[in-house]
Design a protein around this ligand. Structure first.
Ligand code: SAH
Length: 277
């Protein structure tokens, strides 16, 4: 490929940086462990001129940004206020129009419950160049690091990624289909709704003894895995001090964490904990 080189006359006041076309990289940062970044994500992060970061992206990954890179925090935990999505969209367009290489760093995968779709639509609408770099989504990260095969010939033929974001989203879920046997459910953003998830699934016939796992801080040093049954889920929610971010896995495969865990502390068994208490 022949690249055209722009020759800028000295003293013209026209800098390559100012005239260059900006681009936005929607980068999936994975669940936390920087080793889980793709090579492409790591490269884009290292070359970033400005980064717009989600609160889920931890220090280990932010530390890979170049020192001169401007950082803008869009997530609530870090900046103490959340930039509304419409503002983030506009910000990405404005930064790209300045001719900069913009990295939009998102936890997990940008296209799984990360509103990356809305950002890409907005960029496309405004004619901004963009690239989407997949990341290890929390369901994959949590499952691998907790010892939970998401599908298994003997236990589960399907995997469903479900958002349990708020009361409304829980109300609109198709519980009858979610309650079917032989599938694994991975609930994102479910910490506040554990009781409602339990009720919805039990009401539609899922066995009360179905194993569940709650994986907090997957792939990070503080990772903690709690194993329980569907029936115990509300109790775990009330007394388990579950911290965000956490992913809930429902299905027979969750029980395999007892044997297949290899990372961090062994899982705690809710029933055993209760007996001691
Ligand atoms: N785009 C992200 C999801 C964003 S929604 C992805 O693909 O993973 C935020 C939810 O993701 C959290 O509420 C939590 O359920 C889950 N999550 C993100 N990081 C996590 C982690 N390290 N451990 C467990 N769950 C996590």
């Amino acid at each position: 490929m022949v690249r055209k080189t722009r020759v800028v006359p000295a003293g013209s006041g026209l800098h390559f940086g100012a005239s260059r076309r900006g681009i936005v990289y929607l980068v999936g940062a994975g669940p936390g462990d920087p080793d889980l970044l793709t090579l492409r994500a790591a490269r884009r992060i290292r070359e970033a001129e400005v980064a717009v970061c989600d609160h889920l992206v931890g220090e280990a990954i932010l530390g890979l940004l170049p020192r001169r890179c401007e950082r803008i925090y869009a997530g609530k935990e870090r900046a103490n206020h959340a930039l509304p999505q419409a503002e983030i969209n506009k910000l990405l367009v404005a930064l790209a129009r300045e001719g900069r290489r913009v990295v939009r760093l998102k936890g997990g995968d940008p296209y799984v419950f990360g509103r990356g779709g809305e950002e890409a639509e907005f960029l496309a609408e405004y004619g901004i160049d963009f690239e989407v770099i997949p990341g290890v989504t929390s369901a994959n990260g949590a499952a691998a690091y907790a010892g939970i095969p998401l599908t298994h010939r003997e236990h589960s033929q399907a995997l469903r990624l479900v958002t349990a974001h708020c009361r409304d989203s829980l109300d609109t879920l198709d519980w009858a289909s979610l309650a079917r046997e032989r599938q694994t459910l991975a609930f994102y953003m479910g910490v506040a709704g554990l009781g409602a998830i339990r009720d919805g699934l039990l009401r539609h016939g899922r066995d009360a003894a179905t194993p569940v796992a709650i994986v907090e801080h997957a792939s990070r040093a503080q990772q903690r895995v709690t194993l329980a049954t569907l029936a115990e889920l509300e109790d775990v929610a009330m007394r388990g001090h579950i911290e965000s971010p956490a992913l809930l896995v429902v299905g027979e495969v969750a029980a395999l964490a007892a044997r297949l865990h290899w990372f961090g502390a062994p899982p705690r068994h809710w029933e055993a904990l209760r007996r001691v208490a």
